[in-house]
Design a protein around this ligand. Structure first.
Ligand SMILES: C=CC1=C(C)c2cc3[nH]c(cc4nc(cc5[nH]c(cc1n2)c(C)c5CCC(=O)O)C(CCC(=O)O)=C4C)c(C)c3C=C
Ligand code: FE2
Ligand code: FE2
Length: 387
């Protein structure tokens, strides 16, 4: 029968404050996170943004105890999943591959090779697919597979996204119900889904199914919840100068306050673990904003972490994937490509085709931006919100 493995893919986060800058460098080096039409500028820009952003980001991590809890939580999820698979008669070793921090995806694959795993289920810990999250990890894995022919002996299958999975929806609905039941007027409380945003261009130009999956997911959770509460969906954690998916969480909170809403239960929907954007952004920043907007009863639904119904759902996903036809990386990295008017603006997933004319222009712009920032500390990158 051979040895079975499960590879959990996740983003990763800085374990301590010293890790913040190199973590940000890894993140901004990823062409699925910042799209530049010229590869040679990716690393210098990543270095620059990570250096300039590190201080502000460190302050946020300091507020949540000096680092991201993501590694610990993901390790606990992996252990719980391993135990659960064993109980269900499907023993498997569970590995963790982070995209931007330890334990890196490359390290996980080295372990998988060393352990001579024969069958592997690749399971991203993002319920919904986005080019910027699961997509980026799939692309990286595709590259690792292409570069190492020895990996071809592993019979793998990929789970692209799993936001419709029954156990997951049930666990989410249970957690929301628990929070609603703390209110005396529990049926009138507004359920506020706050998803992590992505730039609009990902959806409209590159064909990212993320927005559609988020919308369907929140509707399915409401169905499972089966309560009369009003609900809204908004997008948080915008970075940089471009337009992101709307409505923005901060605007939606202000709007609800203006409409006289007093009771709110916020549901983080894009991520299954506590992380900086639940513990800092929602619990501190949005709570303050809500208070100012007159929403005095503000609660947040905890992340799933190792919720037993959720771990059971992950185990079911793995077992189901092992018993279904395999899905290959090439199938989950193909996106719709839309050709724009000019060849140099053609969208490709990741780095777009470079054109000499743009290389020159952007080099000049980048140089001027850099000089202005360094001289004044108040340059255009601060202005557009990247720093
Ligand atoms: C499904 C979840 C996520 C999507 C979609 C996503 C897209 C995305 N993120 C950035 C920029 C940053 N993300 C950062 C941290 C971060 N992002 C996610 C999840 C999604 N990102 C998580 C879980 C975390 C943090 C983990 C932790 O440490 O606890 C950061 C760093 C933090 C900061 O400085 O604010 C940045 C920057 C972009 C640009 C993007 C889509 C293009
Ligand atoms: Fe992010
Ligand atoms: Fe953030």
């Amino acid at each position: 029968m051979g040895r079975t493995g499960v590879l959990l893919l996740n983003l990763g986060g800085p374990d301590q404050l010293e890790d913040v800058r190199p973590f940000l460098f890894n993140l901004f080096s990823d062409p699925e996170i910042i799209r530049l039409p010229f590869p040679w500028l990716q690393k210098p820009l990543a270095w620059f943004i990570s250096t300039m952003r590190a201080k502000k980001s460190q302050e946020n991590y300091r507020q949540i105890g000096g680092g991201s809890p993501l590694r610990q939580i993901t390790e606990a999820q992996a252990q719980a999943l391993e135990a659960h698979l064993q109980q269900k008669g499907q023993p498997a070793r569970v590995y963790i591959g982070m995209r931007y921090w330890h334990p890196f995806t490359e390290e996980a694959i080295a372990r998988i090779k060393r352990d001579r795993i024969d069958r592997l289920v690749i399971l991203p810990l993002y319920p919904q697919f986005s080019i910027s999250t699961s997509g980026s990890s799939f692309r990286l894995m595709e590259k690792i597979w292409q570069e190492d022919p020895l990996l071809n002996r592993i019979d793998y299958t990929v789970i692209r996204s799993w936001y419709e999975q029954t156990g997951y929806l049930q666990a989410m609905a249970d957690l929301i119900a628990q929070e609603l039941d703390r209110f005396p007027n529990r049926d009138e409380v507004t359920v506020f889904f706050s998803a992590h945003g992505v730039p609009v261009s990902y959806v409209e130009e590159a064909g990212d199914p993320y927005q559609k999956e988020i919308e369907e997911c929140s509707a399915l959770i409401m169905q499972n919840l089966n309560r009369p509460n009003p609900h809204v969906l908004a997008y948080q954690s915008r970075v940089g100068p471009v337009e992101w998916l709307k409505p923005y969480t901060e605007d939606a909170i202000e709007q609800l306050g203006a409409e006289g809403v007093q009771d709110l239960v916020v549901v983080p929907i894009s991520f299954v673990s506590e992380h900086i954007e639940t513990l800092e952004e929602i619990d501190i920043e949005y709570r303050e904003l809500a208070e100012e907007a007159g929403i005095h009863n503000f609660r947040r639904v905890p992340a799933l972490n190792t919720h037993p119904v959720f771990i059971d759902a992950l185990a079911d996903l793995v077992i189901n994937a092992l018993n279904s036809p395999s899905v290959k990386l090439a199938e989950v990295t193909q996106m719709k490509k839309k050709v724009k008017m000019y060849p140099q603006e053609r969208w490709e997933w990741g780095l777009t085709t470079s054109a000499e004319v743009w290389n020159g222009r952007v080099a000049m712009i980048a140089l001027i931006a850099l000089l202005l920032e360094l001289i004044s500390g108040q340059g255009p990158l601060h202005l557009v919100g990247l720093l």
